[in-house]
Design a protein around this ligand. Structure first.
Ligand SMILES: [Mn+2]
Length: 357
């Protein structure tokens, strides 16, 4: 059986950290994600789609977003199973309850695991829903699939190997005891690849669109091939744009910028040595002119040769000794500020520059 597993769409996420026009465009692109998923499901000829939760970012969902999701899922010629997560938990009046969903869409509505038999596929999907933003018990506790010759699958939102989690902690022991052929999970935004708890294969597909620099790289869904011999997983990219963090020597910035795909969202981290601080305003403007979104962080340091001058019996020597002492004692957070102070101090002492901003 061929199944498609995707989760954590976070539709209508605000993209608050982006400038307003880019944020609006990202929200529009995110709204097109279900249609891209549906096209992929048709192309690959999948027989079942499992969507374990966080399809919406919050309780307030725009009507057009809801319509885009319902329409896209309705165009998949296969059953689609949704297990609401902590962001889109099920409650009376929630979009999962209030909206009209196509006939091929099944939504789990209880915290208790329930079985959804799909006789045409010879399979049963077991799943449950978050019914509040938090859940402290293991949704799999006490569960095991009957050995009745049918293909048993799990579809749920939760956190594996995280005892004490308030997002449905799933113990690997409970997963192993479940005896299912595959556990389709949602919650973790990085793709886990195929994992195993005992003999039970499980995976997080990750979110199909990054929403920040903590969700970098290519994002997508998992295509699973299940048969008597086991499970094979293939990652299918779905993202419209990628977040990237590029570390680059200050002197290589121009070349790196020219080589960077313009559709991406890029955080440039400047490295290397420079006795003057980089012009962040100018570099940021150029990064933004080149890419869909750009930002620049300065991690350049003062040239090593300069610190040798601490030994000088001069005001510069005294200043460098003091700055070196402070840099040695400071935390990571204070480092950029102290380096900037050292640069401005040197500029004033050595070149008589007016360093007022
Ligand atoms: Mn999520």
């Amino acid at each position: 059986m061929k199944l498609l597993h995707a989760a954590d769409f976070h539709l209508d996420a605000p993209f608050r950290r982006l400038p307003a026009p880019q944020a609006a465009q990202r929200r529009r692109e995110l709204r097109q994600l279900p249609a891209r998923l549906a096209a992929l499901a048709r192309e690959e000829g999948v027989e079942l789609v499992l969507l374990p939760g966080d399809l919406f970012d919050g309780e307030r969902v725009y009507p057009e977003t809801l319509r885009a999701l319902a329409d896209a899922l309705g165009e998949i010629p296969a059953p689609v199973v949704i297990a609401p997560g902590n962001h889109d938990f099920y409650r009376p009046g929630s979009p999962y309850d209030a909206a009209a969903w196509p006939d091929n869409v099944h939504i789990f509505t209880t915290a208790q695991l329930t079985a959804l038999p799909l006789p045409k596929l010879g399979c049963v999907v077991h799943g449950c829903a978050f019914t509040a933003p938090r859940r402290e018990d293991d949704p799999l506790s006490g569960f095991s699939a009957p050995a009745d010759g049918r293909l048993h699958l799990l579809c749920l939102h939760g956190e594996v190997t995280a005892p004490g989690s308030v997002y449905a902690p799933i113990s690997p022991a409970a997963l192993a005891r479940s005896g299912v052929c595959y556990a389709a999970l949602g919650h973790i935004h990085a793709c886990s690849g195929l994992q195993r708890a005992g003999l039970v294969p499980w995976a997080y597909p990750g979110c199909p669109e990054g929403r920040g620099f903590d969700e970098c790289g290519e994002k997508g869904a998992l295509l699973l091939d299940l048969d008597a011999s086991g499970v094979r997983a293939r990652f299918l990219p779905l993202c419209r744009r990628q977040y990237r963090v590029e570390r680059v020597e200050l002197g290589d910035f121009d070349a790196a910028l020219a080589a960077c795909p313009p559709e991406d969202l890029v955080r440039w981290v400047l490295t290397g040595q420079s006795d003057t601080p980089p012009d962040l305003a100018d570099l940021t403007a150029r990064a933004r002119a080149h890419s869909f979104y750009g930002e620049v962080r300065d991690e350049t340091t003062l040239p090593q040769s300069l610190w040798a001058r601490q030994k000088e019996d001069s005001l510069t020597g005294l200043f460098l000794r003091e700055m070196a002492r402070r840099l040695e004692q400071c935390g990571e957070e204070d480092r950029p500020r102290l380096l900037l102070a050292a640069r401005f101090g040197l500029a004033a002492l050595e070149r008589g520059e007016d360093i007022r901003p």
